[in-house]
Design a protein around this ligand. Structure first.
Ligand SMILES: C[S@@+](CC[C@H](N)C(=O)[O-])C[C@H]1O[C@@H](n2cnc3c(N)ncnc32)[C@H](O)[C@@H]1O
Length: 256
């Protein structure tokens, strides 16, 4: 994988909240949802959590609000920097660092009760080898009997439907109106697609367009299960959105 994923998220970091109708509310909602899963799976805080694809901190901050001790890392230095700033704004303390999920063993110290990777981050790993490295790295950071929680798009279904766009999301704040949406270009029959990510901003009646691209692998649940099982995870369980209330399928797995 080239640096283009880091570049994509570095450039998006200041605007990332615009992807959500109300990002602050999402932080609280996702924190509550993950707190519920962690309590069911392993117990109540204080517990240590590594969010190894934290972005601007959507889930890391949400869990810190529930009393977890959170270490938040990501490939994008700009996203990590914003996560630290946003945590201050929420009045919580999280530890942050830049780390590649494929190199966690050397780039992050210690082990954690829970490791999370939410909102479609692992499908940025385009090859089986990258996925295997990430699974092994995550396993080294999860204490024995600890849990991994992953959230990602329902690619089993997307590979059937082959969607070509996402619905527009309108956010209006003190700066004006913002519209975000994606246009997907599938690579023929291959399980890969280029995301054309658009942010339209209204400023003084004029609309500006920011367009960025990145590539995703439409990762089947069974493919992720196989990589994680190979890396030492057991008791893998998926919840679909109708069961969990989340907007994507969620996986919990125990480190054997
Ligand atoms: C869709 S965003 C989700 C971020 C965050 N979990 C959230 O929901 O706000 C995907 C994140 O995965 C990160 N990412 C992609 N590849 C990575 C890698 N190899 N190592 C660490 N982070 C990576 C990106 O930088 C980005 O922040």
């Amino acid at each position: 994988m080239s640096n283009s994923v880091a570049d994509f998220y570095d450039q998006l970091a200041d605007d990332y909240h615009l992807i959500f109708g109300d990002w602050q509310q999402s932080v609280r909602r996702q924190g509550a949802l993950l707190d519920g899963i962690i309590r069911r799976e392993i117990g109540a805080p204080p517990l240590s959590v590594l969010d190894c694809t934290c972005g601007i901190g959507t889930q890391a901050i949400g869990l810190a609000l529930h009393g977890y001790t959170v270490h938040a890392t990501d490939l994008s230095a700009a996203a990590v920097k914003r996560a630290a700033r946003e945590a201050d704004g929420f009045g919580v303390s999280i530890r942050t660092g830049v780390a590649d999920v494929r190199k966690l063993e050397t780039q992050v110290e210690g082990t954690f009760d829970v490791v999370i990777s939410m909102d479609n981050s692992l499908p940025h790993l385009l090859t089986d080898d990258d996925l295997a490295q990430a699974a092994r790295g995550i396993a080294t950071k999860t204490r024995p009997d600890g849990r991994l929680i992953v959230g990602m798009r329902d690619y089993d279904q997307a590979l059937v439907d082959k969607p070509r766009s996402t619905p527009p999301q309108l956010v209006e704040d003190a700066n004006g109106k913002h519209v975000t949406f994606q246009v997907w270009e599938w690579q023929g029959d291959e399980p890969f697609y280029t995301v054309n990510h658009f942010i339209l901003k209204e400023r003084d009646g004029q609309w500006q367009t920011a367009h960025r691209t990145t590539v995703y692998r439409a990762l089947r649940r069974a493919e992720l299960d196989a990589a994680l099982t190979e890396a030492g995870f057991r008791d893998l369980q998926w919840w679909m959105p109708a069961e969990s209330g989340a907007y994507q399928p969620i996986l919990a797995a125990r480190r054997g």
